[in-house]
Design a protein around this ligand. Structure first.
Ligand code: HEM
Length: 156
């Protein structure tokens, strides 16, 4: 097996874990947590899930980015970024950069404290906002996955 194919398999494995986890949090865990009767239970449960998945998502985001770079390196594919037909590569990198910013910078430095304070003061509004933001991130990720598969296999 060549290194490019191996990097592609690693890329997809990391994406399945990362984007699959985002889908699980957005479509299953958050709506279930928002139905819990006690506001303190909602916050404690959500923070426990996010803490556990957050660490794992950092690893899979890193692996997805490194394997993507590996594929570009192997094929010397940098020039593809100036080809308008490869717009889907820009989309992948933009989605990756957005998640990297949120997971490595904004969440630990700002978002965690900000959400905790808002969820104590106004739990309904805070959870609704977080659910909406997760939906936006999931939709963008879904578009990037579909565009990546179509783009890599000549479908665009
Ligand atoms: C730094 C970030 C990333 C880089 C440098 C990168 C780079 C690449 C490269 C070079 C390919 C191979 C294209 C080809 O064979 O023609 C690829 C494939 C792919 N990437 Fe990414 N990618 C990144 C992040 C992402 C993200 C965030 C997603 C989705 C949310 C994604 C989804 C995909 C998919 C679905 C494929 C197609 C795999 C296949 O069907 O063979 N990538 N990526």
């Amino acid at each position: 097996m060549d290194l490019y194919t191996l990097a592609r398999a690693v890329h997809i494995l990391a994406l399945v874990h990362w984007i699959g986890g985002v889908a699980m949090v957005t479509l299953v865990i958050l709506p279930a947590v928002m139905r819990l009767a006690q506001a303190e239970d909602r916050l404690a449960t959500f923070e426990a899930v996010e803490a556990r998945f957050g660490v794992q998502a950092r690893v899979s985001t890193l692996v997805a980015g490194l394997s993507g770079l590996w594929m570009l390196w192997e094929t010397d594919g940098w020039r593809l970024f100036s080809d308008p037909g490869h717009w889907w590569l820009h989309l992948m990198v933009a989605v990756w950069a957005l998640f990297t910013l949120v997971l490595f910078v904004l969440e630990p430095l700002v978002l965690h404290r900000w959400f905790h304070a808002r969820a104590v003061a106004a739990p309904e509004a805070a959870f609704l906002l977080v659910l909406r933001l997760h939906r936006v991130l999931l939709a963008l990720s879904g578009i990037a996955v579909a565009a990546g598969v179509l783009g890599a296999h000549g479908g665009l």
